[in-house]
Design a protein around this ligand. Structure first.
Ligand code: PLP
Length: 466
């Protein structure tokens, strides 16, 4: 039986010809760390009664660990899950124009805060200041690094030390630790809960307004639906009530669509234009949800309020960087030019026709079968995600694989290169073409063929080669 003494020392492992031949593998310190790790794994394997790895295998493992160190952690992946806006996967892919705008601004200097006409300091918001009103109908616009910041800045700037009324049905958690009561506390405003969990009326708000009230905050429930014996006053009613009592109406719209999602055959997600038209003084929404742009938070509303917020110290702390600004400007311009449904990937995915997806799924299945991978097309559903339209689905066609060990295959797909994310349902792996770009298809099918083959030969073990 092999013992720890059968393993080489760190020095001996570093002198192995394979390691010596690969001088570029990393600094001496990195190689020593990798050697220790490779030997540690080998000792653990021995401890479990497994055989001692050969010196060759140890050297390969050391080099693999050193190489992994040089590979970037954050990298692209293929989303075959059919969830169009997935926060864990980076939300909205950007349009070609947005990508180009980012690259140009990133590569060199720009007029980020420089007024070229006057030859003097300018505003970072100049490029989007007219675009947000143009596409939303609001008097003015402003952008920060995400919608959580937009809501925090609005409350801190307009209601700190005063009361903010929120319906008990809207004290929501959006995910990732964004909870309305906590955000209110952070802003320095006092939360006044109004109504009940399921029913809140305009008269509940009216009764709660005092001289200490600064605003009514309406929060779009985003990721859940209330059904049954429920009531919420609509936005126009809230606006009328707020203005009659001299307080503000702030609307946290969450996703903030600029186009009607009903054109994709799904429920209508409230639009920013509707909130503005209903009389909200300020509307806050995300740039990377249904807007289809970069991570950012947009504010659309009254010019005097936005001028105040722009001066607030928090505005500097949550400001949007130049890459985000460049991409956001390009994204908003797609709406201005009426080309959003063609230019923005998320709208193209939302609007893909089921028969076209079915053809694509059939083509994938055929190519897989020709390579010896049994696959079939099944009907299924894609989802919008991104905290919009909970429960709403889009009919799609899925490619279904039933490998002997579905978790093992899914893991191998996730951890390989390129990483691929599918769905597991009833022991089968499901892949949705809706969220896969044409240029990703080859790599996706290639990986499936390779990994399927490895699983059939029993060599698909994810354990390191020791
Ligand atoms: C998503 C969401 C937020 C947070 O937006 P981020 O852009 O992720 O910061 C805030 N409020 C609502 C209602 C949301 O849906």
């Amino acid at each position: 039986m092999a013992t720890y003494r059968d393993l080489p020392s760190v020095d001996a492992l570093l002198r192995h010809p394979r390691v010596q031949a690969d001088r570029g593998a990393g600094s001496q310190a990195r190689l020593v760390t990798a050697a220790r790790q490779a030997l540690g794994e080998a000792r653990a394997a021995l401890g479990q009664g497994r055989p001692a790895p050969t010196a060759e295998a140890l050297a390969e493992r050391l080099l693999a660990l050193a190489a992994a160190e040089r590979a970037p952690y954050l990298r692209p992946l293929i989303n075959a899950s059919g969830v169009i806006l997935q926060t864990n996967l980076g939300r909205a892919p950007l349009s070609a124009a947005a990508l180009e705008a980012m690259t140009l601004v990133a590569a060199g200097y720009s007029n980020l805060e420089y007024d070229l006409e006057r030859g003097a300091r300018g505003s970072r918001q100049a490029g989007i200041a007219h675009l947000i009103p143009a596409v939303t109908g609001a008097a003015a616009g402003f952008a920060v690094n995400n919608n959580a910041s937009a809501v925090l800045l609005s409350l801190a700037g307009l209601a700190a030390g005063k009361d903010v009324l929120v319906s008990r049905g809207q004290l929501v958690e959006i995910g990732g630790g964004f909870r309305i009561p906590d955000v209110l506390r952070q802003s320095g405003a006092h939360l006044v809960e109004v109504g009940t969990t399921n029913r809140t009326y305009g008269r509940d708000f009216a009764a709660a307004i005092t001289p200490a009230t600064a605003a009514i905050l309406r929060v779009h429930p985003s990721n859940f639906v209330q059904q049954g014996f429920t009531h919420q006053p609509d936005l126009a009613e809230l606006a009328e009530l707020a203005h009659r009592h001299g307080v503000l109406l702030i609307d946290d719209l969450g996703s903030g669509a600029l186009l009607d999602t009903a054109i994709a055959g799904i429920a209508h997600e409230p639009t920013v234009q509707e909130s503005v038209a209903a009389g909200a003084d300020l509307v806050c929404f995300s740039g990377d949800k249904l807007l289809g742009g970069p991570q950012s938070g947009l504010l659309a509303g009254r010019a005097d309020l936005l001028a105040l917020l722009a001066q607030h110290p928090l505005a500097r702390a949550v400001r949007l960087d130049k890459l985000g600004l460049a991409a956001l400007e390009a994204t908003l311009r797609h709406y201005l030019l009426d080309e959003a449904t063609d230019a923005l990937p998320i709208w193209r995915m939302l609007l893909r026709r089921p028969d076209e997806i079915a053809d694509q799924a059939a083509a994938w299945t055929e190519r897989l079968r020709e390579a010896g991978v049994p696959a079939r097309v099944v009907a299924g559903e894609s989802t919008v995600g991104g905290g919009s339209l909970p429960g709403e689905t889009l009919p799609t066609a899925l490619v279904q694989l039933s490998p002997p060990a579905v978790e093992t295959l899914a893991r191998a797909l996730r951890t390989g290169n390129p990483a691929i994310i599918g769905r597991i349902h009833h022991e089968a792996l499901l892949l949705d073409p809706r969220t896969v770009a044409a240029e990703e298809e080859g790599a996706l099918l290639g990986r499936l063929v390779v990994l399927w083959g490895e699983q059939q030969n029993g060599s698909g073990s994810p354990a390191p080669v020791v």
